[in-house]
Design a protein around this ligand. Structure first.
Ligand code: CP
Ligand code: NVA
Length: 314
């Protein structure tokens, strides 16, 4: 609420805001919170969180709201219609005002720059709850889920098939911080952005992670431990739907593609899924799919994130 100069506040706008050690501690805390979902002592008693969203959400909104219930604090949600970020009021002024009321702000925006600008003017930690460039809460959950299922060894190989989008960027950064292996297969023109690739590569040089971007989904999936996909058309790209549907032919996670992965490979998806496009029903509902366990893990991973950010914010 009141507090430290905005410039000294710890934000979580991208996974690159974390060190590998901080990530490891968050994952350990998420494991503890999964075992004891309502920790003793109500660590967030008297503390509050605002969710300010320009786009719809199921997982992000509800998991943060329930995280605050379990930690003994309170969450308040402002819908796209209410906020009018940059229209009803400037981004900077919303940040200045909201951070006088609450201890933590989760922001879901169209433009990543909006979240960066908001963070510059907020006197409390800002968590990126998805932007057009990144989805770090998802990436945090994804690496938690990957290590829960497959361990933390360097050679645990994640294959990401599809759009080099916000979810892909954050998954690359998460795997880079964890020192593991990821191969991304994307069609021409839909590869992950150079800025996110460079950030992941810089982290990988310090952790020993292996990151590769290829064209052919078979090259990514062959021998993989985890096969991950996301929608071809993200929120805000609806007018590109037909063009994207054509561009992503051959990038569907289906039974034939899964046969190239390790026999015990798991299938992940951040959800919501566009069934029949990036993933088939039989794979999504099949024995290798862990997509709903992954969705549950949003709660545990974000609870650890909230507890940590409230502790570092004092
Ligand atoms: N995966 C995810 O962020 O889902 P929501 O858009 O429902 O929050
Ligand atoms: N890439 C998707 C993720 C949704 C959680 C989108 O931005 O719409």
């Amino acid at each position: 609420m009141a507090g430290a100069a905005a410039s000294r506040v710890r934000h979580f706008v991208t996974l690159a805001d974390l060190t590998p050690d901080e990530l490891a501690r968050l994952l350990a805390d998420a494991t503890a919170l999964k075992r004891e979902p309502v920790p003793a002592g109500a660590p967030a008693r008297g503390r509050s969180l605002a969710l300010i969203f320009e786009k719809p959400s199921l997982r992000t909104r509800v998991s943060f709201e329930m995280a605050m219930v379990h930690l003994g604090g309170h969450a308040t949600y402002l819908s796209p219609a209410e906020v009018g970020l940059g229209r009803r009021e400037s981004v900077a002024d919303v940040a200045r005002v909201a951070s006088r009321y609450v201890d933590l702000i989760v922001l879901r925006t169209f433009a990543h720059e909006t979240t960066e600008e908001f963070a510059r003017f907020s006197s409390v930690p800002v968590v990126n709850g998805l932007s057009d460039v990144s989805h770090p809460c998802q990436g945090l959950t994804d690496i938690f889920t990957i290590q829960e299922r497959k361990g933390a060894a360097h050679d645990v190989a994640v294959a990401y098939v599809g759009d080099g989008n916000n979810v892909c960027h954050s998954l690359m950064l998460a795997v880079a911080l964890a020192g593991q292996t990821i191969r991304v297969a994307a069609p021409q023109g839909y590869e992950p952005q150079p800025r996110s690739r460079a950030a992941a590569a810089a982290i990988a040089r310090t952790t020993g992670a292996a990151i590769d971007v290829v064209r052919d989904p078979s090259d990514a999936v062959r021998g993989a431990d985890v096969v991950y996909t996301d929608v071809w058309t993200s929120m805000g790209q609806e007018q590109e739907y037909e063009r994207r549907r054509r561009a992503f032919q051959g990038y569907q996670v289906n039974a034939a593609l899964m046969r190239l992965a390790k026999p015990d490979a798991v299938v992940m998806h951040d959800l919501p899924a566009h069934r029949g496009e990036e993933i088939t029903d039989d794979v999504m509902d099949g024995p290798q799919s862990i997509v709903f366990d992954q969705a549950e893990n949003r709660l545990h991973a974000q609870k650890a994130l909230v507890r940590w950010l409230m502790a570092v914010a004092g």
